[in-house]
Every structure is written in C-alpha cells, then in structure tokens.
Design a binder for this molecule. Structure first.
Ligand code: FES
Ligand code: FES
Length: 158
C-alpha cells in the first residue's frame, strides 16, 4: 500500500493506506482522531465534517489519495484548549443531547462564522439543516452560533 503525507491539525502525518480509503477512516483508525464521527458514509449526515483549507468538508467523501496537498483541521485541532468561540457557546447553550452529531456541527458552524461574521437565522438554518441531528438540537445550535458570533466579532469578516 502507498504512503501518504497528510497535513492534519498543523502536523505532517504519514499514513499507509489504500488510495481510495476515505479520509474519515484514516483520521479515526490510523491517527486516533475519533472526534470525527461516522454517520452515513455517503456525504449526507455531516457527522464527519472537518475543515479542508478552512472550508467545511465531509471526510467520508475524500479519498486519502487526494488529500496530500491540503491542510485539514479536525475537532481536536479547532482549538488547543477547547475554547474556540463555537465550543464555548455550545457549552453555554447546553446544545448537545446525545452529542454524536455535534463535532460535525461545530466544525460547520466555525467555517460558517469565518465567512460570515453575523449570519441570520435563515443563513444558519440553510447551512445547519444540511446536517442530521436525530436529537433535534437545531434551535439550540442556532442560539449557540449567534452567541459565538457575538463573542469574537473582531476575528470575522462581515
Ligand atoms: Fe460523512 Fe455522513 S459520515 S456525511
Ligand atoms: Fe444527538 Fe445531534 S445531539 S444526534
């Protein structure tokens, strides 16, 4: 099997895998980054959302062979202290119920706020409704995103 050098959470990681192995499984099984969840495996649920060069992407849909020249961030790398504005807002609003979808939700929300400092309810719903939360935490997610947006406005563009 070929070896790949991947940029994950600011570090260069070498992994050996079949070329078509989804990045999701490389993260979880080879690198031990289990914060990124498997929900559907077909790009629908959003549980596996990570950042690719700052944009939200679904790790189950990225072959490891196409990942070498990109920079990825997982929930473990979003903040070294777990204090990213979204993470703090999620705690403040008690967003998680079972929690399974939440790492993907937070990664999506963080990418949203990088591009849009103060998204409207409609803009939030358009993005976050593309994720499946079986516990129905969407109302709390929306509140948490507004809270995060207000917590660190100086870091984001409008
Ligand atoms: Fe990737 Fe569902 S596991 S979108
Ligand atoms: Fe349970 Fe979203 S909090 S699936």
């Amino acid at each position: 099997m070929p070896q790949y050098s991947l940029h994950i959470n600011g570090k260069l990681q070498k992994v050996i895998a079949e070329p078509d192995t989804p990045l999701l499984w490389v993260l979880r099984d080879e690198l031990g980054l289990c914060g990124t969840k498997y929900g559907c495996g077909v790009g629908v649920c959003g549980a596996c959302t990570i950042h690719e060069n700052g944009a939200a992407v679904r790790a189950c849909q990225i072959a490891v062979s196409s990942a070498a020249d990109k920079r990825f961030t997982t929930i473990e790398g979003l903040s070294s202290t777990g204090e990213h504005a979204c993470q703090a807002a999620w705690v403040d609003q008690d967003v998680a119920q079972c929690g399974f979808c939440q790492a993907g939700m937070i990664m999506e929300a963080a990418a949203l706020l990088e591009g849009r400092a103060h998204p409207s309810d409609q803009e939030i719903d358009e993005v976050m409704s593309q994720h499946v939360c079986r516990c129905g935490a969407y109302q709390r997610i929306r509140k948490a995103i507004h809270l995060a947006a207000n917590a660190a406005p100086e870091k984001k563009s409008t």
